[in-house]
Write a protein that binds this ligand. Structure first.
Ligand code: HEM
Length: 203
């Protein structure tokens, strides 16, 4: 039952993540493009009925995911079984800190948690040593977890060799996507003029 709910909740979160990561890739076209897309998409995921469901799903995903890791501690065998637990563990850590930071920024600091909010920590004078792996690994972990989950669901229908290759391909896409997003927000492709209210250190 808990597995079934974990999969349903993962599906709902994935709908959001699909748009969320698309939003971040759009930043390749500039800060304005990223903010315009986010502002168009916010009335949907921030709707009174939708946002609490999304946040509850994130909370449930963290709780149920940690339960699975603890229950099967020491019993996992093989690369994909371990990759699923490690990526799930990282996603649990990331979701707790990421969603708390966004809600704190929005509700306590009164910030618009837009492009600049995410870019702030990645600027050379801020804390890129922490934030580059923090965000890159989140995207890698999301794709790894998805690949391992799909591999498990499809194992009765497709050959192991095909599934292993497909899972490897999905994980590679996650790595490239993570690096693309993080390099964009770090200011690799155009200069980022961070408004003073977002500065974590000297701007
Ligand atoms: C490079 C990666 C990422 C960056 C730069 C990033 C940045 C952001 C930003 C700026 C917001 C605030 C959105 C707003 O104010 O409307 C946000 C919200 C959020 N992000 Fe991410 N994110 C990243 C990856 C992820 C991943 C991989 C997940 C999930 C697995 C995720 C889950 C969420 C959730 C649940 C919210 C809260 C949505 C809400 O406002 O209710 N993010 N993120």
């Amino acid at each position: 039952m808990l597995h079934k709910l974990h999969r349903i909740s993962a599906l709902l979160i994935s709908l959001y993540v699909l748009f969320h990561l698309t939003n971040h890739v759009i930043a390749l076209y500039g800060v304005e493009a990223h903010i315009r897309f986010m502002e168009g998409f916010r009335p949907i995921y921030r709707a009174t009925l939708i946002e609490p469901i999304l946040l509850l799903c994130a909370l449930f995903q963290v709780g149920s995911g940690i339960t699975f890791i603890v229950r099967r501690w020491g019993q996992r065998r093989g690369f994909f079984d371990h990759a699923q637990a490690i990526s799930g563990g990282y996603l649990a850590f990331f979701l707790v800190f990421h969603v708390s930071a966004v809600l704190y920024g929005r509700l306590v600091q009164g910030l618009d948690t837009n492009f600049f909010f995410a870019a702030a920590g990645l600027q050379p004078r801020a804390y890129p040593i922490f934030f580059v792996p923090y965000y890159t690994l989140a995207v890698v972990a999301y794709f790894t977890h998805l690949a391992c989950g799909l591999r498990w669901v499809l194992q009765k229908h497709l050959s192991t060799q095909f599934l292993n290759r497909a899972a490897g391909g999905v994980m590679t896409v996650g790595f490239i996507l993570g690096l693309t997003i993080v390099s964009t927000f770090s200011g690799t492709y155009y200069p980022i003029a961070l408004p003073s209210e977002y500065c974590l250190n000297k701007c």
